[in-house]
Write a protein that binds this ligand. Sequence first.
Ligand code: HPA
Ligand code: ZN
Length: 337
Amino acid sequence: MDQQLRDLVCGMPKAELHIHIEGSLEPELIFDLARRNGVALSWPDVEALRQAYSFTDLQSFLDIYYAGASVLLTQQDFYDMTWAYLERAHADNVHHVEIFFDPQTHTGRGVPFAAVIDGIHGALADAGTRWGISGGLIMCFLRHLSEEDAMATLQQALPHLEKIIGVGLDSSEHGHPPEKFTAAFARCRELGLHLVAHAGEEGPPAYIWSALDVLQVERIDHGVRCLEDPALAERLASSGMALTVCPLSNVKLRVFNEIGDHNLAQLLDAGIAATVNSDDPAYFGGYINDNFIAVFKALGMDREHAKTLARNSFNASFMPEHQKQAKLAEVEAWFSR
Ligand code: HPA
Ligand code: ZN
């Protein structure tokens, strides 16, 4: 990848639509917060924790990710974690970010829902003031827990609805199909929330079909297994359904053996509105621009791909239409320099 293309991709205006804020917790911050809060960790130091980041599949990652999140107790902790992510995102020229958070990971440990959401929301609001970054919060339900538990979480979120733009579905995919959450998503739709779901990361194309047809989601998170089903790929392309793809995550969690095997270029060639995102940057070896660089290098992608991906990121976002048009114009201007 030549320096000119690298600068073009790193500097272009972009939106990040698939980032789990708990996955932005760097080992150093995990240890700082553990000390601040008197939480015991099962790793002696930062190096040992980093050494543990060798995953064989989604579940092996989730086990460590939930352990890392156990240091988060106060509103200030959630603020500090989110601010650290936003500084990185700003440095990568992210203009808009839709942040996933997992309230059940925290309320299950006795942390108040308000501490979680107010800390994250406060940092996002301050990033708007400081850098003009726009964005919103997407509350994810943990799919390994029951639908009843998701409904109880939604109940806790009701007083905070103005701080949430949508809901999602994450955690262990195998054995937990989207349709397990039919009623919860129907209720969220009635409340006017945007709907997204992880599907087709480890799970089969059938999970993507049911996320679309049963949950009626507006974006698919990951979705890379869609190419196994030509009718599904055609459906995604013709309907303009966006996929939030996370290349480094897919390699770390062995969805693809190596970055050169990733299907991002094939997705774009098939006319599917794919986007590039970091998923859990502290765990998977990089933030959004690291993901762009890795995949552009490995797949020999070019300037046209870059422009398509920048446009897709804003088109697939939940920003208001006038703001979307303004951002698309900024992309156009960046590529006509
Ligand atoms: N998949 C499912 N759940 C998650 C992920 C992911 O990639 N990251 C954080 N929670
Ligand atoms: Zn994810």
